[in-house]
Design a protein around this ligand. Structure first.
Ligand code: SAM
Length: 277
């Protein structure tokens, strides 16, 4: 099966609220009084785990009491972390209905529903009022967004003057070949990518004062190498046992994705910017 949208990809994603609940049940025998930090080993869908959240919070200069929007919130792992560790109120915007439902179930499970909520929506048309938030954050998700300028303009619209934008995303240090572009879309719902200077220029063109970005390519390459080795081992075991081994479009594009990162044709960046007052 190939991908028609980011939703197709995330509806079949291996991290889900059901799987997280099952892991908690195995570890603790019940789901009573689960503390927010008990979810942390399971609910982060980006590279670098909690340290990546801290780096983004620092880039956004989060202050207790701020209202924050988390674009492409996933299961709200980062959103709950910002709420509990930085004292902010977070509204996540998430496209995939199953992830919106899972995010809000997990948030209720740990009693954070007054501080964190995830709304179903597209970051290219955000269901939040103008000048209503102090910061917009996002982690490793804009690679799926076909019109990044629209998403960045939406961030600018909902930010208060003086508000902060901080996000990580994939960047193409070299343009994709046509074959790679097709493969990345078919297996992983990756839309068009650009290089760091083009990304900075795009953020600026949406009205932001941009700070120098951080290149995460080497950091993400090391993580991906390990992930691919683990994935290949599990896939080999599943094939040997004649159980489902994951869909081939994903497998093929993931292997090529990791090769592109190892060649430094593809990499990561952390971007931060200010909406001038
Ligand atoms: C790699 S996950 C990251 C989730 C979360 N930021 C985290 O770090 O745990 C990317 C998420 O982006 C969501 N997404 C993709 N396109 C979107 C869009 N246009 N608007 C809102 N969410 C989107 C996907 O459904 C998925 O949950």
């Amino acid at each position: 099966m190939t991908i028609r949208s980011a939703i197709d990809f995330y509806e079949r994603h291996p991290i889900s609220a059901d799987i997280i609940r099952a892991k908690l049940m195995t570890a603790r025998g019940n789901l009573d009084n689960v503390a927010p930090d008990e979810l942390l080993p399971h609910d982060q869908d980006h590279y670098g785990g909690l340290a990546a959240n801290d780096a983004l919070a620092k880039a956004a200069r989060l202050q207790p009491g701020w209202k924050v929007a988390d674009f492409c919130a996933g299961l709200a792992g980062p959103a709950r972390y910002y709420a509990t560790h930085y004292g902010v109120d977070v509204t996540g915007i998430e496209l995939t209905p199953a992830r919106v439902k899972g995010a809000n179930e997990l948030t209720r499970l740990v009693g954070l529903q007054d501080k964190v909520r995830v709304i179903e929506g597209d970051v290219m048309a955000v269901p939040l009022a103008d000048r209503s938030v102090d910061a917009v954050l996002s982690q490793e998700a804009f690679l799926h967004v076909p019109d990044k300028a629209r998403a960045l303009r939406e961030a600018h619209r909902i930010l208060k003057p003086g508000g902060r934008l901080a996000f990580t995303d994939w960047v193409a240090h070299k343009p994709f070949s046509d074959a790679d572009a097709k493969l990345m879309w078919a297996g992983m719902a990756v839309t068009s990518q650009m290089d760091m200077p083009a990304y900075v220029a795009l953020i600026e063109s949406c009205g932001f004062a941009v700070e120098p970005p951080q290149d995460l390519t080497a950091e993400w390459a090391a993580i991906l190498k390990e992930r691919l080795a683990m994935y290949l081992k599990l896939r080999g075991e599943a094939q040997a046992a004649k159980t489902a081994a994951g869909h081939d479009a994903f497998y093929e594009s993931y292997v090529r994705f990791v090769a592109l990162v190892n060649e430094a044709a593809l990499g990561g960046g952390r971007f931060s910017a200010l909406k001038p007052a």
